[in-house]
Every structure is written in structure tokens, then in C-alpha cells.
Design a protein around this ligand. Structure first.
Ligand SMILES: *[C@@H]1O[C@H](CO)[C@@H](O)[C@H](O)[C@H]1NC(C)=O
Ligand SMILES: *[C@@H]1O[C@H](CO)[C@@H](O)[C@H](O)[C@H]1NC(C)=O
Ligand SMILES: *[C@@H]1O[C@H](CO)[C@@H](O)[C@H](O)[C@H]1NC(C)=O
Ligand SMILES: *[C@@H]1O[C@H](CO)[C@@H](O)[C@H](O)[C@H]1NC(C)=O
Ligand SMILES: *[C@@H]1O[C@H](CO)[C@@H](O)[C@H](O)[C@H]1NC(C)=O
Ligand SMILES: *[C@@H]1O[C@H](CO)[C@@H](O)[C@H](O)[C@H]1NC(C)=O
Length: 413
């Protein structure tokens, strides 16, 4: 898949390039409709909303602790790194560099109900991946997590940028090599995981023509590269809110936010993950360990990215009212879909003797509206145009994802 830089930049934010009128009216209606049942649901505890976020029997047998349900607890020692010590932070997530004044968002650690999540141990991580390779497959949230990992490792080792040897597009694809550990780390850009065609604006109708997703065909951007990787981490979500046309077996089967076809909301998300799992589990030479990171919630308030919305909270949400105020659209559905598809794939993996693991960050991140760049993230040479309530500041709560990654790698490698 080849996408233009400007297009991708625009789409770093959820549904960023969709003209207001097209999305906002239906969106607002949906939000209003959703809020009523939601108000009831939110009286339940977070773990009840995410009834599906338990780990499978297999997980339990391995590690005996469900690290996905828990609370953030104060941790005054602060983050592992800063903009001074880590050179790998992307400008747009470099909140300290952009002068974010508050620091409380850095003073929390995730505490699972059933156990302690160990601190990230860079030396231990590097020892485990010696002579191995790891790929993040996904969108800019996957890149966000990969850059967190680069920073977490930077106290012990720094990689060489070897992107040029592997990819022609060095803006969205990244390859790093840690020579002392013979460890290769890659970001394979694939926001839909499946094959897609480019969308474009129809000026006369001011409507973005739906991007076609070929749901039964994996995106070659990763599928052609992945066979020899030892660890593969899939994620995705933000791009699935756009107008999309769904293709299967060469035919249109439905669409989303579209005019002329059967509206199949979130169908694309389900089948995209199904196809990704199926592809990797059936790759002939693939012997690696696969993880899926669940959907990362965004936290726009008082509007969306394109209507002056923002996320200026500096504290975690604790009350039901706050949870409603920051609740992202579609989060339960997306999470449910991912868990269901993961379970199916897990059974398939077992039959093939392959390992598939879950990194379920959704519950933990739902209460962290304080973790996004908001106005403290943008290209260094540009003025702020929109608030970013999608990505996560580095350092920030996204570092926890890699603590969980290491925790689960330890039981499997
Ligand atoms: C880190 O951010 C601070 C502002 O919080 C800035 O003064 C400093 O120059 C930055 N350091 C680097 C290396 O970018
Ligand atoms: C580095 O790791 C690769 C596998 O990723 C292996 O084929 C190669 O022999 C290793 N090189 C050294 C010098 O250990
Ligand atoms: C753009 O929209 C107009 C008006 O709806 C339509 O007549 C035209 O065919 C569209 N162009 C393309 C390339 O689809
Ligand atoms: C919708 O269908 C009508 C009738 O088939 C067609 O004229 C129109 O161009 C279609 N619009 C889009 C956006 O595909
Ligand atoms: C946060 O944003 C809201 C509007 O979105 C505004 O009313 C409030 O004053 C802001 N708070 C701070 C501390 O900037
Ligand atoms: C940013 O905005 C300020 C004030 O609006 C303006 O003076 C400055 O030239 C802008 N800088 C860039 C890089 O656009």
C-alpha cells in the first residue's frame, strides 16, 4: 500500500480527513444515542464494562496473573526517561519539549489487581531478544509504542537506523538494529492491516470517497516481510472510523459512513483482524510469537479534533461523570471485536503450535485522558493546528504497554 505523506499526516488523528458535515451530524446523533445506555453501563465498575478483558485459560496457566485489570497508583520516582535522555521521541509526542507544564501524569504506575507488574528492565529485555527480530505492525499508535520501547531501551543500548536497507519509505517504515545484541526492530506501517486503496476528496460533492478495504487480502506491506520475525505486535483502530467500502472476494459487501450501500459499522475492523491472524498463522516459515495490542482510546472533550475539541485534564478520571465525559465513541464494540477475533485465532494458533498473546491496554488507558499531547505535541517547525487526544506523550502511560509486553515475553521466550 502506498499512501501520500500528507494524507497520512492528516490521518494521524482519528478520522482526521473527513469533512465535518459528513461525519459530525451522524456522529453527534450516535454519541447522543449511545450516551443513554452508557450512563447505565458506567455505573458498573470498569472491569464489568470490560467483562471480556480477562485472560484466556492459556494465559492464566502461564502467568497466573491477569495484568489487564487494575488501577493506577502513585509512583513518585517518575518516568524512565525524558526528552533530555531519549533521542527517539517523535516531535508530535514530545510533550516535555513542547513545554507541557504539569508532571503529575508521569507519576503513576499500573498496578494489576492480582500482582505487581515489574518495572521495565532494559538489560533483561535485550538479553531475551538477542539474535532476534521484532516488528510492530499498525498505525501511528504502533509507532508510538515502538518509540516508547526505543526510549526504554536507550539507557542500555542505542540502535542504528537501517531503514534504508529495507524500505524506500523512511517516513512511515522504520528499521533499527542493535549491533551489540544482534536485535532488529521494525515498524511496518499498515493502518488497516488489510489491502486498501487510497481515498480521495471529491471536490464537487465535498465527500471523501470511501477508501476500499479488501478485507480478505492482507496488506503486503507487512505480509511480505513478516515471515522471519520472531515477535510480531499487531495493533490498529484509529483508521477504522473513516468512510470505508468493504470488499470481499472482489465484490462490495458493505460500507461505513457511506451513501449507497449496506452500512456495516465496524465490520471492517473485525474482518481485518481475522485476516491478519489467519495470514500470519498460515505463513509457511513463520515460527514467531504474535501479540495483539487492543484498541487505544482517545479522549476528545468539547468537540472532536476538527471542532476545537481537546484533552486538557491533568488527572486520571475517577468518577462516573468524568468517565462519561471522556468516553470514546465505539470503544466497547471495538474492544469486544478484538477479543472475539483473538480468541478464535488463539484456538487456531494452538492447533499449529504457534503462540498468540494479548496485550489488553484498553481498560488501563480509558482513565488516562491526561496522557495525550493535547496542545503539547506538534512538528517543531509548525504552529499547533489541532489538539492531539489520540497519541500518547513520551514519556507517559504508553510506557506501561511495554512493561506488559516484557512481562508476557518472559513467560513465552
Ligand atoms: C527538553 O525540554 C525542555 C523543556 O521542557 C527544554 O528546555 C530542553 O531544551 C529540552 N531538551 C532537549 C534535549 O530537547
Ligand atoms: C544475528 O541474528 C541472526 C538472526 O536474527 C542470525 O542469523 C545471525 O547469525 C546472527 N549473527 C550473529 C553474528 O550472531
Ligand atoms: C463527485 O461527486 C459528484 C456529485 O455527487 C459526481 O457527479 C461525480 O461523479 C463525483 N466524481 C467522482 C470522480 O466520483
Ligand atoms: C449512488 O447510487 C446512485 C444510483 O445508482 C448513483 O447515481 C450515485 O452516483 C451513487 N453515489 C455514490 C456516491 O456512489
Ligand atoms: C480545559 O478546556 C476547557 C474547554 O475545553 C476549558 O473550559 C477549561 O478552562 C480548560 N482548562 C484549563 C486548565 O485550561
Ligand atoms: C506561529 O504563529 C505565530 C503567531 O500566530 C506567528 O508569528 C509565527 O510566524 C507562526 N510560526 C510558524 C512556523 O508558522
Amino acid at each position: 500500500m502506498k499512501l501520500e505523506g500528507t494524507e497520512i499526516l492528516k490521518c494521524n488523528y482519528a478520522a482526521r480527513n473527513i469533512p465535518r458535515g459528513v461525519v459530525l451530524l451522524p456522529f453527534t446523533l450516535v454519541v447522543i444515542l449511545l450516551l443513554f445506555p452508557l450512563l447505565r453501563t458506567l455505573n458498573l465498575s470498569a472491569s464489568k464494562i470490560f467483562a471480556t478483558s480477562f485472560e484466556s485459560k492459556e494465559e492464566t496457566r502461564r502467568s497466573s496473573c491477569n495484568v489487564f485489570s487494575g488501577n493506577w497508583t502513585p509512583y513518585l520516582k517518575g518516568p524512565y526517561y525524558s526528552n533530555e535522555t531519549c533521542p527517539f521521541i517523535f516531535d508530535k509526542q514530545n510533550c516535555l519539549l513542547h513545554g507541557r507544564p504539569d508532571r503529575e501524569f508521569l507519576q503513576w504506575r499500573w498496578k494489576p489487581n492480582e500482582c505487581q507488574l515489574p518495572l521495565f528492565d532494559a538489560a533483561q529485555f535485550l538479553k531475551m531478544v538477542k539474535g532476534k527480530s521484532m516488528a510492530f505492525v499498525g498505525d501511528s499508535i504502533g509507532r508510538n509504542q515502538m518509540e516508547s520501547l526505543l526510549c526504554l531501551l536507550s539507557s542500555v543500548a542505542r540502535p542504528e537506523d537501517i531503514t534504508g536497507k529495507h524500505a524506500s519509505d523512511s517516513t512511515y517504515f522504520k528499521w533499527w538494529f542493535y549491533p551489540d545484541h544482534n536485535f532488529t526492530l521494525a515498524l511496518l506501517w499498515s493502518p488497516f492491516l488489510v489491502k486498501s486503496s487510497k481515498s480521495y476528496l471529491n471536490d464537487s460533492s465535498n465527500f471523501y470517497l470511501a477508501e476500499k478495504l479488501y478485507l480478505d487480502e492482507p496488506d503486503e506491506a507487512w505480509a511480505s516481510q513478516i515471515e522471519d520475525f520472531d515477535v510480531v505486535i499487531f495493533s490498529g483502530g484509529q483508521w477504522f472510523f473513516r468512510p470505508l467500502t468493504f470488499m470481499e472476494h472482489g465484490h462490495v459487501v458493505g460500507c461505513q459512513k457511506c451513501q449507497n450501500n449496506t452500512e456495516l459499522n465496524f465490520y471492517g475492523y473485525r474482518i481485518a483482524f481475522r485476516t491478519a491472524f489467519k495470514t500470519i498463522l498460515n505463513l509457511k516459515g513463520f515460527k514467531g510469537l504474535t501479540f495483539v495490542v487492543t484498541h487505544s482510546p482517545n479522549h476528545f472533550e468539547n468537540g472532536l479534533w476538527n471542532t476545537g475539541g481537546g484533552c486538557n485534564r491533568t488527572k486520571l478520571v475517577t468518577t462516573v461523570e468524568e468517565k462519561v465525559a471522556v468516553h470514546p465513541y465505539g470503544i466497547e464494540e471495538l474492544h469486544q471485536i478484538q477479543i472475539e477475533e483473538f480468541r478464535e485465532a488463539e484456538n487456531e494458533a494452538k492447533k499449529k503450535g504457534l503462540q498468540l498473546g494479548l496485550i489488553d491496554i484498553t481498560e488501563a488507558m480509558l482513565v488516562r485522558p491526561d496522557g495525550h499531547p493535547n496542545s503539547y505535541g506538534h512538528a517543531i517547525d509548525k504552529n499547533i493546528t489541532v489538539n492531539d487526544c489520540v497519541h500518547w506523550c513520551l514519556p507517559g502511560p504508553v510506557d506501561t504497554w511495554n512493561e506488559i509486553l516484557l512481562y508476557h515475553m518472559k513467560t513465552r521466550m
